[in-house]
Ligand binder design. Structure first.
Ligand code: GLU
Length: 496
């Protein structure tokens, strides 16, 4: 595979390369969609690569959720998933080549020294990167220390003069002074590569012809180009897609505080995959009024990079709802719609779990709707007054909600028992009774101060809907300012 040519006639090979470090993000779907549409328009191959080299943050659970989400959207890959954690030898051998050519060097600086250096850089307003102290170590000394087992990382030796000239498909030529680019760590002390090395080696090894990815990686491009050069490889074509933006005044980068970003949320809240896909397609292919509804085939058929506008595409949830409504109305008859509803919310196992909760509280079957209604909606209406807890300020209630939100964002096992454990611990940490603490959560989940048992209900709703409902409740209480949020985060880390 490593011989695959990268000339213009080479068959197109593209990839999407998510890191399995959290919920499956709509940004991943957006990039996958563009890559797949381009591949299909050129008879090419679409590769899925899992970039799991961050050992602390990567998880199999997250990987599975990403694969499920891409399948759900019909963004199926032709090759993969490849996993970087299974390819460590490959990266190591390329590092050895770089070391032998002095294109990379061992860095023995300790964390303390690096922290101190950073502080000094800041105080003296110097270049914020590594000061390259270990770059001048004599090779013999470096080898001796490594052989003696002294912990070290490997850094890429960047050029220090002239400019890096880059080409981006959407932006044309971009120039950066080499001097301003850090000697990036490419191999960590634990033997794992960093993103920059693994991504470059894999893109080459996998014969990727076009790297189409998020704009946030433009600043890394000089490092990647340097790696291609040092390893003697021809770089692929690069295309950095504009980031999705919140629909707010300053068009900030899409964030889960302002928007649902997890693909699973869209599924659980009752959106159709074809509508979400169509909506993401609108981000890269602007259409005039009346032409907004189109399927993947149409997008791929007419795909052109020229149609991608560099102004950040705005993620407008109302527009998505409008589009979703059109699919529901135009693409399904009543039977089809009934089947959709059943598959979405009345799946047998889920219904049984709900029945078990409702049973002790039913007098007639006629009570069912009132009791369980909140489990069948995307979000209940929440009144601010109902969120009140006696003896607490509203801001304190919002903070308790936020603490639980952070806790649940880190939780991979979303069962009633585990959730209950979190509530117990948080109530102790905050010195609040469990009863008081759970109260606003009943309201956040169901809109009512009393409803079906909380922890089981949360398990049935699942992590995405639960977290979205907590966020809504926080907003209903007036939200938490950015400044306050920073303080809270600190306190939360101390409590955790
Ligand atoms: N793992 C990187 C990410 O999560 C991939 C970036 C790239 O496509 O090169 O965004």
């Amino acid at each position: 595979m490593s011989d695959a040519g990268h000339g213009t006639d080479a068959p197109v090979r593209v990839r999407v390369a998510p890191s399995p470090t959290g919920d499956p993000h709509v940004g991943t779907a957006y990039q996958a969609l563009v890559n797949l549409a381009f591949a299909r328009s050129r008879g090419g191959v679409f590769v899925l690569r899992i970039e799991d080299t961050d050992r602390a943050r990567s998880s199999r659970k997250s990987e599975e959720a990403i694969l499920d989400a891409l399948h759900w959207l019909g963004l199926d890959w032709d090759e993969g998933p490849y996993r970087q954690s299974e390819r460590l030898d490959l990266y190591r051998s390329e590092v050895d080549r770089l070391l032998a050519a002095s294109s990379a060097y061992r860095c023995f600086c300790t964390r303390e020294r690096l922290d101190e250096m950073r502080r000094e850089n800041r105080a003296e307003q110097r270049f914020p990167g590594y000061d390259r102290r270990c770059r001048s170590l004599p090779v013999a000394e470096s080898e001796r220390r490594a052989a003696a087992g002294e912990p070290h990382t490997i850094r890429l030796a960047m050029p220090t003069e002239d400019e890096c000239v880059m080409q981006d498909l959407l932006r044309g030529e971009i120039r950066r002074e080499w001097e301003l680019i850090d000697d990036q760590v490419i191999l960590k002390a634990d033997g794992y590569p960093t993103y920059h090395l693994a991504c470059t080696v894999d893109d080459h090894e996998m014969g990727i012809t076009h790297v189409i990815r998020g704009e946030e990686w433009i600043n890394s491009l000089p490092k990647h180009l340097r790696l291609y050069e040092a390893l003697g490889w021809e770089p692929p074509t690069f295309c950095h897609l504009p980031l999705l933006r919140n629909n707010d005044a300053n068009r900030s980068k899409l964030s889960k505080r302002r928007n649902p970003t997890s693909i699973t949320w869209f599924r659980d809240a009752g959106f159709l995959p074809e509508a979400l896909l169509n909506f993401l397609g609108l981000m890269v292919s602007s259409r005039s009024e009346g032409e907004e509804k189109f399927g993947f085939e149409e997008l791929a058929g007419g795909f052109r990079f020229e149609d991608i506008s560099l102004g950040g595409p705005v993620f407008d949830l109302d527009k998505l709802r409008w589009l979703n409504a059109r699919y529901l109305r135009e693409d399904y008859d009543a039977d089809g719609l009934a089947a959709l509803v059943r598959d979405w919310s009345m799946e047998q196992e889920r219904l049984s779990a709900i029945a078990a909760l409702a049973q002790p509280r039913l007098e007639t079957l006629g009570d069912w709707g009132r009791l369980t209604n909140f489990l069948f909606v995307d979000a209940p209406d929440v009144e601010r007054e109902k969120l009140a807890v006696k003896g607490l300020e509203e801001s304190q209630v919002a903070e308790a909600l936020q603490f639980m939100l952070w806790t649940l964002e880190r939780e991979q096992e979303f069962t009633a028992d585990i959730i209950q454990g979190h509530f117990r611990r948080l109530s102790e940490a905050l010195g609040m009774s469990l009863r008081n603490l759970t109260r606003p959560f009943y309201v956040a989940m169901s809109g009512e101060t009393a409803s079906l048992p909380l922890f089981q209900s949360m398990e049935i709703l699942g992590p995405d809907l639960v977290r979205a409902r907590i966020r809504r409740a926080i907003e209903a209480l007036g939200g938490i300012s950015g400044k306050r949020m920073k303080k809270l985060q600190k306190r939360f880390e101390e409590l955790a």
